[in-house]
Structures are given as C-alpha cells and as structure tokens.
Design a protein around this ligand. Structure first.
Ligand code: NAD
Ligand code: G6P
Ligand code: MN
Length: 443
C-alpha cells in the first residue's frame, strides 16, 4: 500500500496537534510515511512541532518528521497539503471583532466586516501556498480550510483556476454530528444529506438514513425546541465554550424563519445581528475567549510535553471533526467516491443561481476531485439572501485584485450585517488603518 507524504501548512495552528492525532488514529486507512509542518513564524511553529515530534516518535516512529519555514523543503515530495493558516494571527482576529462593535455592528471571524477584513489578509497567504505547491509538487492536492473559506474559495477559483485545491469547512459535519446525537444515531455517517448554500451560509433540505427513510421531521422537531444544543451540554458544563452554547441554542430561532429546511448556525449573524451585539462584551470577544482558552491550553500542553520529553498522558485531543479531512484525502487517493459537502464552483448545480459562485453542496469525490450533485432550484428567500452575500464575497476578491477602495466600500455596504454606507465607510477606514501590514495598498 502506498504511504503518503503530508504537509500541514500553518504548522503553528492551535488545530495542528489535533490533526496529527487524527492522522495517527486513521493510519490503517490512510498510511503515512512523512509529515512536514510549514509556517512563516518559526518560533510559534517550533513550540507545536517539538511536542508533535515527541508524540510521533512514541506512537509512529517510522513516520519522518520535519518542521520548516523554507517553502522548498516544505512543499517538495508531497501528496497532500492540509492548509489552515491565519494571516495576522489572533491579534488581528481580535481587531476584526472589536472594530465593528464600536459601531454597534456584529464583529465576527468570517461574517460581515470582520470576515471581509480577514479575507483581504488571507487571499495573498493562500495563493502563496498554492504557488509553492505547484512549483515543488505539481501533482499534489491542497485541502484548505484557511478562513474565511467563502472568500478564499472565490479567490482561488478566480485567480488560480487550475489549482488542485479543495476548500472545506467543518461546521456542517459538526452540526450533522449534533443532529445524529439528537435523534439517537451513532454517527453522522448514518445520514445522507442534501444541502446547499455558500460557506457559513446554507441549509439542509433533506436528511435520510442509509435505507432512505426521511429523518427531517424528527430532527426538525428537536431543533424547534432546542436548536442544536445537546442535553449533555447544560449551561454549567464546561466542555463547550459559552459563546458556542449560545450559537447552538440560537439555531432554534434561525430555524423558525424557514421551518421547511434546517439552517447552518452562522445564519444567526445575518438574521439576528442586534441580539448578537447585545450579548457580546466589546472588551472581550471570541478571540479573547480562544486566546485564554484553546490557544493557551494547546501551547502550554505542547511546552509541557517538550520539557518532560514525553507525550504519554497528554490532554491533547483528536480533532474528530477533522476526520473528514482523512475521508477527503482517501477519496482522492483511493477513488472512493465518498459523498461529502465541499465548496465548489456552482456550474449549474444550484439551477437558478450564479454559475460562477462558489457554493457548498454535496459532491462525489474521486481521484479527479469533486463531482458536484445537482441541488435543483432554490426558493426566493434563500436565493435573495445568497445573491446578496455572494456579491459581497465577489466584490472583496475584485477589490483585492484591483486594489480598489471603492469596491471594498461597496462590499461592506452590501453586507447584510452593515446598516448603511456611512457606517461602511467609517468601518473601512478603521480597518484599512490597522491592516496596512497585510492588505494590498488600496487606490
Ligand atoms: P492559529 O493562529 O493558531 O494558526 C495559524 C498559523 O498560521 C499560525 O501559526 C501562523 O503563524 C500561520 N500563518 C499565518 N500566515 C501564514 C502564511 N502566510 N504562511 C504560512 N503560515 C502562516 O489559527 P487557528 O485558530 O489554529 O486557525 C487556523 C485556520 O483554520 C484559521 O484560518 C481558521 O479560521 C481556520 N479554521 C477553519 C475551519 C473551517 O471550517 N474551514 C475550521 C477550523 C479552523
Ligand atoms: C467552526 C467553523 C470554522 C471556524 C471555527 C471557529 O469550526 O466552521 O470556520 O473557524 O468554527 O471556531 P473558534 O473556536 O475559533 O471560534
Ligand atoms: Mn467553517
């Protein structure tokens, strides 16, 4: 059996140890001969890498391991690049969230002004990774979940149309896992779904068990009462951060707007922005929650492993949601024809929607990549929302490409989350001033 060589780009990510553990768990299905970490910040990556090196030596000593900031070393002799970079780090996520809040506007990692600002930073970073991959391993595939995935996917479609990149998101599978638990199934893999939308902006229209029985009514009944919150995560339980608990409960109100479908959680930012602003502390946003939570925990634990020289009793956890990256890599490597939700060019799959839009829909995945499944015509409500949102995403990519202040102002003005053109302009000027190191200079 062929053994694969993997590069994790964004080696210093808080998610890297979880991905490594997940890859180790699935070695029998997806054998690996080499793992390389690549990052452009040596010190940050080194803390994660030295712990992962110990962990790999203990659990899979045959796997070669390298951590590097040199693109040639990182991208040569690679089958898959798993990319999760955050251009600007958490310090910039914090600004993306806090600046809009000054104007009473939702501040969020991927939605609205925060997502637009992050998109303007991410595009160049992800294109650079593609160029390195194409230069040093032209046959490799990039499985990318660097955010904001909607904008990044549009940029890669438009600016690197031939690239072997697949953009993915773990939110739908995360929600599906919750749906499965809510109705007593062992796993989301017992469900076959139809879904359409943009990334972080979509709806399930059909969910069946493997025998074809309709599961929608049962799941909808549950969501109409509890959203996607699970009984195991009471307010007191510590497992899920408070802001995510709120999100899963809020899905009930998002569902109410169209009870014929089931919504992605991220729609709450577009439908109930005032509630979001009201319960957010403008001095302590999700970025702060992650910096004192996941980021601290992962880095402290990695340091502990390095200092003690052993990962035996580590609290680092497998990133279960990310197991679908292995499914995706296997689908390409072994032509499995697995059915998966991916972000792909529409090309008529959503019949009455922009052909050139990057949409999130079920695809059959084989060694030539994803083959999208037709989702047919969508209703006026979803179509109207998606037309507006896809125009925002496309304007951001045009703004980046043309260095256009005007188009970025239009993108912000068009965003459903931004109340008017004046606020859009004030926001834009603030965002320009803090992003000078990362955005192209706008004309
Ligand atoms: P993080 O800040 O902990 O890690 C990101 C790493 O990327 C850092 O080590 C940073 O130095 C590195 N980096 C930044 N710019 C780079 C560049 N140009 N080249 C190489 N490396 C670069 O972030 P995180 O919280 O672990 O998240 C990582 C990414 O994964 C984010 O974009 C996040 O939004 C995304 N993510 C996406 C999904 C999804 O559903 N698509 C799910 C989880 C996380
Ligand atoms: C989900 C989304 C990702 C997003 C993440 C944020 O997994 O699909 O796109 O990056 O949530 O989580 P965080 O814990 O960083 O707020
Ligand atoms: Mn996502």
């Amino acid at each position: 059996m062929k053994k694969f060589s993997i590069t994790i780009a964004g080696g210093g990510s808080t998610f890297t140890p979880g991905i490594v553990l997940m890859l180790l768990k699935h070695l029998d299905r997806f054998p690996i001969r080499q793992i390389k970490f690549y990052d452009n910040l040596e010190e940050r990556q080194a803390r994660i890498a030295s712990a992962c090196e110990i962990l790999l030596k203990e659990r899979a000593p045959d796997i070669l391991f390298t951590a590097t900031t040199d693109p040639e070393t990182a991208f040569t002799d690679v089958d898959f690049v798993m990319a999760h970079i955050r251009v600007g780090l958490y310090a910039m996520r914090e600004k993306d969230e806090k600046i809009p809040l000054k104007y009473g506007v939702v501040g969020q990692e991927t939605c609205g002004p925060g997502g637009i600002a992050y998109g303007m930073r991410s595009i160049g970073g992800v294109l650079e990774l593609i160029d390195y991959m194409e230069k040093y391993s032209p046959n490799a595939w990039m499985l990318n979940y660097s955010n904001p995935a909607a904008i990044v996917a549009e940029a890669t479609r438009k600016l690197r149309p031939k690239a072997k990149i697949i953009n993915i998101c773990d939110m739908p599978v995360g929600i599906e896992e919750r749906m499965a638990q809510a109705i007593g199934l062992a796993s989301r893999k017992e469900m076959v779904v139809r879904y359409y939308g943009l990334n972080h902006f979509g709806w399930w229209t059909d969910i069946r068990d493997t025998e074809g029985n309709d599961l929608m009514p049962k799941i909808q009944e549950y969501v109409s009462q509890f959203g996607y919150a699970l009984p195991s995560e009471s307010q007191e339980s510590q497992q899920t951060d408070a802001s995510w608990k709120h999100t899963f409960m809020k899905a009930k109100e998002v569902y109410d707007i169209d009870p014929t479908t089931l919504p992605n959680t991220y729609l709450k930012y577009y439908f109930y922005p005032q509630d979001e602003v009201a319960h957010t502390n403008p001095e302590f946003t999700r970025a702060n929650e992650v910096m004192i939570g996941r980021e601290k925990q992962v880095f402290n634990e990695c340091d502990r492993i390095t200092n003690s020289g052993s990962a035996e009793n580590t609290i680092l956890e497998i990133d279960e949601h990310a197991s679908y990256i292995v499914d995706l890599a296997r689908a390409i490597a072994y032509n499995t024809h697995e059915r998966m939700l991916l972000i792909v060019p529409n090309n008529g799959a959503i019949e009455n929607f922009d052909e050139s839009a990057m949409v999130e829909i079920p695809c059959i995945v084989g060694s030539n990549g994803p083959e999208p499944l037709i989702q047919g015509k969508i209703p006026r409500f979803q179509k109207g929302l998606m037309e507006q949102q896809v125009a925002v995403e496309k304007l951001v990519v045009e703004a980046w490409e043309e260095r256009s202040y005007q188009k970025l102002w239009q993108a912000l003005t068009l965003s459903k989350i931004v109340p008017n053109a004046k606020v859009a302009k004030d926001l834009l000027d603030d965002l320009v001033s803090v992003n000078q190191e990362y955005w192209p200079e706008l004309k």
